[in-house]
Design a protein around this ligand. Structure first.
Ligand code: HEM
Length: 187
């Protein structure tokens, strides 16, 4: 099974839920999109690392808002098929290229989720929260997958070590780090 389908199945994102997103959820979120984006920008601007990355990339606030709007529209109206997945994968790659740490991507998705859930709950539409969360996690899973892919390919190019062997090496050293960490916490 292709990865986007696998994630959809794992999360339980159904075609009915995708239609719900396109309909009722989309309407409500779009009406409140500016406020949602303002909150995300506000969180980003309070984070030192995010500010450094934005400065280094030359990204303006206006452009950042536009990019968020485009992605939100895609999330609310997309088909969650291969084509959609490859757009999201590419968005993830752009962040990996810009040096955005994964924890910042995850945290930002947390801010988007928080703000969108607030909108749905305020409108007494609690039943839309689960489809929305599934859609956001589908996006996040693909974005993080793109980081893994980029890392594997860069390491393979630089060292010649293939992805599978990289995974085994990481697993071995993670075991050592886990033991060291456990020892430190005990001592
Ligand atoms: C859920 C979180 C986020 C979403 C949905 C999002 C959305 C996007 C989109 C749609 C793009 C365009 C990608 C492309 O060229 O294909 C982009 C680029 C970018 N994003 Fe994000 N972003 C997120 C988090 C962040 C964070 C945490 C930072 C940290 C500072 C960041 C900084 C950037 C930068 C520097 C670019 C490149 C801009 C350019 O090429 O001009 N983004 N983002």
């Amino acid at each position: 099974m292709e990865i986007p389908e696998e994630i959809k199945k794992y999360i339980g994102l159904s075609n009915e839920e995708i239609s719900i997103l396109r309909g009722e959820a989309s309407g409500l979120i779009k009406e409140n999109m500016d406020g949602i984006i303002e909150e995300v920008i506000s969180s980003l601007s309070q984070n030192e690392r995010a500010v450094e990355i934005v400065k280094a990339s030359g990204l303006s606030i206006e452009r950042a808002k536009e990019l968020f709007r485009e992605w939100l529209n895609l999330t609310l109206e997309g088909n969650y098929d291969e084509e959609h997945a490859s757009r999201v994968f590419k968005i993830g790659l752009a962040h990996c290229r810009e040096g955005v740490p994964e924890r910042l991507m995850v945290s930002t998705m947390g801010v988007f989720s928080r703000e969108m859930i607030r909108v749905l709950l305020k409108s007494n539409k609690a039943e839309l929260v689960v489809p929305l969360l599934k859609a956001l996690y589908w996006n996040l899973a693909l974005m993080l997958d793109s980081y893994e892919e980029a890392r594997k390919r860069s390491l393979e190019r630089a060292t010649g070590i293939k992805g599978e062997l990289q995974e085994r090496l990481i697993s071995i050293s993670s075991k050592e780090i886990y033991d060291e960490y456990s020892e430190k916490r005990r001592g």
